[in-house]
Design a protein around this ligand. Structure first.
Ligand code: DGY
Length: 328
């Protein structure tokens, strides 16, 4: 990369404070009206910039990367997940990819807890009853939900976010279980009082609430397949703030309709931004518009991470948040 200011294309509107700092540091092209870039726009952008600041709404395929000019050496993703980027193809072309880990952990864990509480306690149904003027007063059997305290929470993916959820869940008196590619270090496992399951199938069949926190990769596509969803207890709740593609959404809908899954809290969807209307109509489901990490503080922190990645890379060093192609 040259010693002059790197040319940076930012594909979506970022918080003003982040954009302003980037304007000071780099030669930036902003996306002022915040429209999602089309494939043609992405192809045009990669032709001439040094750095592309992408987001999860950009599908950066091998075809897009094939249009990259010689100057493009870094895709500094504004976000944690990189499943929208063909990382091996980027690596093959000598383009580094970075993301923004850590800074959205606590916000995402908070929102996960919000859904873990809201679905069994029927928060959305209750709020809607008030808004629609249907509240006729308290009765002993009115709006009964299910208690969290003492229930088993199964966490799929015990990375930063999974662990942050585990800490919160312990505070609510839940028993924490987890499935992960690798078992936690004994000290951390003891700290969150978590039970490890090497077999996801075995864990699923025993949990009251299951929450997903693994990345979406070819290996985790439909990890929760119809077969695995059928292992859940009929009273179990499924929470997903990771990626929609990890769950076979059509199968989940069928099982919810048949009463074979107790309910769901979903912040992400398999065909996002499309949301299946059958899900929308279900009372035992709470749907959110991919807002798990959406805090102003978090977005500013993400922007700061992007800036650090670009600056270290431009200075000829290894950026701190380099993403390598996944091995499985
Ligand atoms: C991410 O960073 O991958 C999140 O899904 C964005 O909120």
């Amino acid at each position: 990369m040259s010693r002059t200011k790197p040319t940076v294309v930012i594909t979506r509107k970022l918080p003003d404070v982040v954009e302003t700092r980037m304007m000071e540091l780099f030669d930036v092209r902003l996306n002022v009206d915040d429209h999602p870039f089309t494939t043609a726009e992405l192809m045009e952008a990669v032709k001439s910039c040094d750095v592309l600041v992408s987001c999860l709404t950009d599908s950066i395929t091998a075809e897009v990367l094939a249009k990259a000019g010689k100057k493009l050496k870094l895709i500094a993703n504004f976000g944690n997940g990189v499943d929208h980027i063909d990382v091996p193809a980027a690596q093959g072309r000598g383009i580094a990819v970075t993301n923004t880990p850590d800074v959205l952990t606590e916000d995402t864990a908070d929102m996960t807890m919000a859904l873990i509480i809201s679905v069994p306690r029927r928060l959305f149904e209750g709020a809607r009853m008030i808004r629609e003027g249907r509240f006729r007063g308290w009765s002993p059997t009115h709006m009964l939900g299910h208690r969290l305290y003492g229930k088993r929470l199964g966490i799929i993916g015990m990375g930063r976010i999974g662990t942050a959820v585990a800490r919160r869940a312990r505070g609510f008196g839940m028993a924490v279980h987890y499935h992960n590619r690798r078992r936690l270090q004994p000290e951390l496992e003891a700290e969150v009082e978590a039970t490890y399951w090497e077999s996801l199938d075995q864990m699923l069949a025993r949990m009251d609430v299951v929450t997903i926190h693994c990345p979406h990769t070819p290996a985790t596509f439909h990890l929760l397949s119809e077969r695995r969803l059928k292992l859940l207890k009929p009273t179990a709740y499924l929470i997903n703030l990771a990626r929609g593609e990890i769950v076979d959404e059509a199968a989940l809908i069928r099982l919810l309709q048949e009463g074979k899954v107790g309910g769901a809290g979903l912040d992400v969807f398999e065909h996002e931004p499309a949301v299946n209307p059958t899900l929308v109509a279900m009372d035992n489901v709470i749907l959110l518009p991919h807002m798990g990490s959406a805090t102003i503080e978090g977005r500013i922190n993400m922007g700061e991470r992007v800036i650090i990645n670009i600056r270290t890379f431009s200075d000829g060093h290894q950026p701190p948040d380099r993403v390598l192609p996944s091995v499985s």
